[in-house]
Design a protein around this ligand. Structure first.
Ligand SMILES: [Zn+2]
Length: 255
């Protein structure tokens, strides 16, 4: 973990860049909320990022996960076993986090797509970071409420189902930011574009619903987009959705 991988992007909001994936730290005095947790290979870096902003891992009151893909759960087990940190997600995502079922792109699909630009190097790096390991979170719990959570940053869960069945974004009304998870990203090694976009289709469990999920995001107030992959985007969330949709329009209309 290098210092330049951690950046304060709003009051008490820290963006951390891991292995092709982001996580965020929300601060309230001495306490933190961790949103998403990197790849298994990022687990030590997640802890290092907490220390880098001057905190101890014990200060993390809870981990929120946008969805239960392996690149967002990496440090959850470490924090649970070492510090007893609870982990929360959408009620629909709990079964996925517990691995009662799996909604992640199968390795065979990645292999079949290896000819596409960026896919092979991304897959190699993902595998090296623990991307094919069996990560399950038996202690995952549903959010205690579906309004503002009583946690540092007071994040408000925004159901944005589609990328996975229980994918959730988080609105941070006090700073005018939206953590969009993988419902809306701003870049990915397997995409040739940068800027607001959906992930390539193979990563979405339900491609149609992930399109509809953009409606939920577009309605939110916020002028800072904090995605699960890619750089933070300084613009309104509704504009970001507009950019993502426009980029796909030719394909949408010729289908
Ligand atoms: Zn992801």
């Amino acid at each position: 973990m290098k210092a330049n991988q951690v950046r304060q992007v709003a009051d008490d909001v820290f963006y951390v860049r891991g292995t092709n994936v982001n996580w965020y730290l929300l601060r309230d005095g001495a306490e933190l909320t961790l949103v998403d947790a990197g790849y298994p290979g990022d687990a030590a870096s997640v802890e290092a990022s907490v220390r880098l902003i001057g905190h101890r891992p014990e200060d993390v009151r809870a981990i929120l996960v946008t969805h239960a893909h392996v690149d967002h759960l990496g440090a959850v087990g470490r924090f649970h076993s070492r510090y007893g940190t609870p982990v929360y997600c959408d009620p629909i995502e709990v079964g996925h986090a517990r691995r009662d079922y799996l909604e992640q792109v199968p390795v065979r699909t990645v292999v079949a797509s290896a000819w596409r630009p960026g896919v092979l190097p991304w897959a190699v790096r993902a595998a090296r970071s623990g991307g094919t390991s069996d990560v399950r979170v038996p202690q995952a719990q549903p959010f205690p409420t579906n309004s503002a959570l009583d946690l540092p940053g007071h994040p408000v869960p925004v159901p944005t189902h589609g990328h996975t069945s229980g994918h959730t974004a988080f609105q941070l009304p006090s700073v005018g930011a939206v953590l969009t998870g993988d419902a809306l990203v701003t870049g990915h090694p397997t995409s040739r574009r940068s800027g607001p976009q959906r992930l390539p289709a193979m990563f979405d469990h339900d491609r149609q619903r992930s399109w509809t999920a953009l409606d939920q995001l577009a309605e939110l107030a916020g002028d800072l987009v904090l995605p699960g992959h890619g750089q933070p985007w300084p613009g309104s969330i509704s504009d970001a959705v507009g950019v993502a949709r426009t980029a796909e329009e030719p394909r949408q209309h010729t289908g």
